[in-house]
Design a protein around this ligand. Structure first.
Ligand code: CA
Ligand code: CA
Length: 145
């Protein structure tokens, strides 16, 4: 992998933002992507930090998901808020993680993120269906560290 600045082209970023928009059409849950160079040692711990830093713990149903990528350290993590973890099993994210890993190993970072976002959206849909009056509580733009 390269550095954050070269990780995705502008066009690829737009496609990822579009995938988030599509995923959120079917669920009240919120999905965000954060990319940075280094995870300070542990992607899971760092993803949790970023989750709070981005105020993703402020959703009404506590149903936000962060897909975190440390570009130079070549790893990623998925963090879901309390509302999700209260209702799903521990292996809930395995399918989504595997989908992302599959594409990342091929060097297809954009596709890995898009597939991961759509998979996470599908997972969310079952527990947090979209409803009228649903708001876009968190921006769909990619966050960069
Ligand atoms: Ca929403
Ligand atoms: Ca959103």
């Amino acid at each position: 992998m390269s550095v954050v600045e070269d990780f995705l082209t502008h066009q690829e970023e737009q496609e990822i933002i579009e995938a988030i928009r599509i995923a959120e059409k079917n669920t009240s849950g919120e999905i965000r992507v954060h990319i940075e160079n280094h995870n300070n040692g542990n992607s899971e711990t760092r993803a949790l930090e970023v989750f709070h830093y981005l105020k993703m713990d402020n959703t009404k149903l506590q149903n936000a998901i962060l897909i975190y990528v440390a570009v130079k350290d070549k790893c990623f993590a998925i963090y879901g808020d309390k509302g999700i973890n209260d209702v799903v099993s521990n292996d809930f994210w395995d399918a989504t993680k595997n989908i992302i890993v599959h594409q990342f190993k091929l060097g297809n970072f954009k596709q890995g993120l898009i597939d991961g976002i759509l998979s996470a959206g599908k997972q969310l849909e079952a527990h947090f269906p979209w409803h009228h009056h649903d708001e876009d509580e968190l921006p769909n733009e990619i966050s960069k560290g």
